[in-house]
Design a protein around this ligand. Sequence first.
Ligand code: PLP
Length: 391
Amino acid sequence: MNVPTTPTSFLIQNYRRQDVSFVRGAGCYLYDGAGREYLDAFAGVAVCTLGHSHPKLVETLSRQAATLIHTSNHYGQLGQEELAASIVPQAFPGRMLFCNSGTEANEAAYKLVRLWGNVAHEGRKRRIIAFEGGFHGRTLGSLSITHTPSYRAPFEPLPPTDFVPFGDADALAAAMKKDDVAGVFLEPVQGESGVHVPPPGFLARVRELCTRHQALMVADEIQTGIGRTGRMFCHQHEGITPDVMSLAKGLGGGIPIGAVLATEPVAALLKPGLHGTTFGGNPFACAAGLTVMKEVTSPGFLGNVVERGLQLMEGLRRIFGPTHEVRGKGLLVGVQLQRPPTELVKAALAQGLVVGVAGNNTLRIAPALIITSAQVDELLEKLAAAHRAQG
Ligand SMILES: *Cc1c(COP(=O)(O)O)cnc(C)c1O
């Protein structure tokens, strides 16, 4: 008989979890079972756009739960119509499809790319390009365009992808020469692998190459979208638009929802019956998304993200000095460390501060976008104390 290795839990042990469980949240603060307060500078992996228990989100979700939670996509979806109508004018002309998570959004984007190569270009475009350091999710299609070898290797074989160095437009140009590329997937700022910001002009070069070679440019804005980097969508910093964009994380403010937006000719390839989801974009999730969109588009909201981001990066440079690179855009910020970031994450928790990790050497800071100037100062004080405590 097998001896259970984790007799105290019925959960599959696929996560390395911190030794703390939160039971309540309010604004930028979390509380554990003993009532201890933590400043939350991670927002559930850049998800809780409006912080915890935001009154508007509580109000809409309570009302929506009491009105209608789910009907399925066999019927009209007024919530999806309303949410799409709030997103599309902020992005680029096209149509949307709603799902439940980031990886599902990228699966839908991947299928659109396949249709582009197989249907619109009659099978002449079959190659898929993604970037070294890129992260796009854990389901098999999204995993196939995710670069991290340790995430991929145990699940091979995966659909083939050609990986190009991130930020290297010349390498991309060389990879696209044969006109056989159907789509190029990229994060406008790579989040998961260490908060890597590409050189200025890179996104514009990708746009130009995709247009020239009739390949779809797919911007994975799952982490960078919905105001995270100080613009509604990160690609807007470079004044370009992709052909397809995937969203999730910050869109629902904590309620699971994902989405893709595709330009009309691309969206038109997805005929009835070709794709679908049971839960995707149900009235409850769309009510959350609409509430988040209303807040993020309200006057001054994105200005706060820009200012708090600058305040944060400046403070981090003061704390860590020139030996540690501080990278980021808006409120998606990374600090490259010289020892495993988990040590600093633990030291921060001891100071009552929640921060995250990206890649194997980067501290990731991604607080709720409603964070105040005083709270950024508090964050910096607590992190400085944690850094000092490490010696
Ligand atoms: C988190 C993330 C995903 C995956 O989203 P899930 O909701 O975890 O499936 C995909 N792409 C990017 C850029 C992400 O940050």
